[in-house]
Design a protein around this ligand. Structure first.
Ligand code: SF4
Length: 474
């Protein structure tokens, strides 16, 4: 952690406007700001943050705040607490601080949570973190990642004053991938997450699907949807698969290419309209607010607040909104062909859930004979590995399951798939970055949690995917 952190202030009052808003159901907007790269001057970046905060505090048309991301766009960025120290101490309770687990172990994450608590950064969203831009698989695998589920667990255990949330990526189009995301979100809620933030996407049916699923499980916790103001450059990066976990379907790519054909102004106007439609849709689908990225300038923030206000007034009924949204997208297919799984048959038929999720066994992935054989052999040999020294049976564990000797072996909790074979070392469920077809974000290999999902189904233990908290192996 950076030695230059200068946050010693104690949070003396209990006001938390972010928490009050999200709990009251008042629709609000967070503007996303990225922690700057270490190559940028921290003072200059901090001054820019103060300007954004000033712009946000001047908005009266709807409730707003900032969402400060951590290690998101830059390989080596300033510590989020260093950057956020520029915010006014009296207003830190309005904002959301997104703590990335990248380059942190358990102790470092606990120290960061303590700093957040001591400096009045009362609202925290835990994420496991992404690979750094242009980093290869080996480089990512050499980093530390504190998993979001573990961060939430530490926050609940040691810093109960913090209001903590978990992220989810609902834009998954095969049954296993989608369920695995939902199960991990429920595990986060079981560990103490009190709200959730859905990752970027443009398929509003997926946002409704998530809301309906939560409701079918009796989980009525508040949620935000993350939206992005697209630029031509961002569009190109996403279409080229360079931004993990974010997808643009072939049909939607054609729409965006058409919008780009004439002028940048026309493209930008189309994006503003899209943000308006998505924001109004989020409200009508039961989200408590949006987290909007791509507008890190005071003038843009002001325009966005006014346009979102207009859209909320324009669309007060679900049917009007649905018609406008579908017309705007020319009824384009938003799923990434050939994957096209939706959990409910009647999405968009109304704003509220009307039927139960379809859990069709025939569509669910099955373990192969070889996987079952490996499972049985590993269980025979390592069933007690969790209580043994990591050195015990090391070579056979290394040979059979790719063990790299964690301090605490978790094989019996992960259906004998070693979590260290995930480049980020995630044991509690998949990250949001998986690519269509449940491929790893970082390689052509299948995500290890795909195999875990199949084995849990074969053993009839799927409920453990949301119930079992798996501690860090370090
Ligand atoms: S193996 Fe799965 S969880 Fe791990 S980095 Fe790859 S996609 Fe993410």
């Amino acid at each position: 952690m950076d030695s230059g952190i200068q946050l010693e202030m104690n949070f003396e009052h209990n006001r938390n406007r972010f928490k009050s808003r999200i709990q009251s159901g008042e629709f609000f907007v967070l503007f996303e700001v990225n922690t700057p790269s270490r190559q940028a001057d921290l003072d200059v970046s901090a001054e820019r943050l103060r300007e954004l905060e000033f712009a946000v505090s001047a908005i009266r048309s709807l409730p707003v705040g900032l969402a400060i991301t951590d290690k998101y766009t830059a390989g080596e960025s300033w510590h989020i607490c260093d950057f956020a120290a520029a915010l006014s101490p009296e207003d830190r309770d309005m904002h959301l601080f997104i703590l990335s687990g990248r380059d942190s172990d358990a102790q470092e994450m606990q120290a960061t949570l303590q700093l957040c608590r001591n400096s009045g950064m009362a609202n925290v969203l835990a994420v496991s973190g992404n690979a750094a831009p242009a980093e290869n698989l080996r480089q990512t695998a050499g980093r530390k990642f504190c998993e979001s589920v573990n961060t939430i667990h530490y926050a609940r255990e040691d810093f109960p004053e913090l209001f903590v949330g978990g992220a989810v990526n609902p834009y998954k189009y095969t049954p296993g991938e989608l369920y695995a995301q939902y199960f991990k979100l429920i595990k986060k809620i079981n560990q103490g997450a009190e709200f959730f933030v859905a990752n970027f996407g443009w398929d509003m049916m997926k946002l409704q699907e998530l809301r309906w699923y939560m409701s079918s499980r009796g989980l009525h916790i508040p949620g935000l949807a993350r939206l992005m103001m697209l630029t031509p450059e961002k569009f190109e990066s996403i279409a080229a698969g360079k931004i993990p976990g974010i997808q643009i379907s072939p049909d939607f790519q054609i729409i965006l290419q058409n919008e780009l054909k004439y002028s940048f102004t026309q493209f930008e106007a189309a994006q503003w309209r899209r943000i308006q439609l998505q924001a109004a849709g989020c409200k009508l689908l039961g989200y408590n607010g949006i987290q909007l990225a791509g507008l890190e300038r005071p003038d843009k923030i002001k325009i966005a607040a006014a346009r979102i206000r207009e859209a909320l007034e324009e669309f007060q009924h679900f049917d009007d909104w649905r018609k406008a949204y579908q017309e705007h997208l020319a009824r384009a297919e938003m799923a990434p062909y050939p994957y096209r799984f939706y959990l409910f048959n009647q999405l968009f038929s109304s704003a509220y859930p009307e039927n139960s999720p379809r859990m069709n066994d025939a569509q669910m992935p099955e373990s192969s004979r070889v996987e079952k054989w490996y499972y049985n052999l590993s269980k025979f040999m390592f069933a007690h590995a969790g209580n043994q020294s990591p050195d015990e049976h090391y070579w056979s564990k290394h040979f059979l399951v790719g063990c790299s000797r964690c301090n605490q072996c978790r094989l019996p909790d992960t259906w004998y798939i070693c979590p260290k074979t995930c480049p980020k070392g995630l044991s509690n469920g998949p990250c949001g970055g998986t690519r269509p077809g449940w491929h790893c974000e970082l390689s052509e290999h299948e995500c290890i949690h795909s195999r875990i999902f199949r084995l849990s189904r074969w053993k009839d233990e799927v409920e453990k995917l949301e119930e079992n908290y798996i501690p860090s192996g370090n």
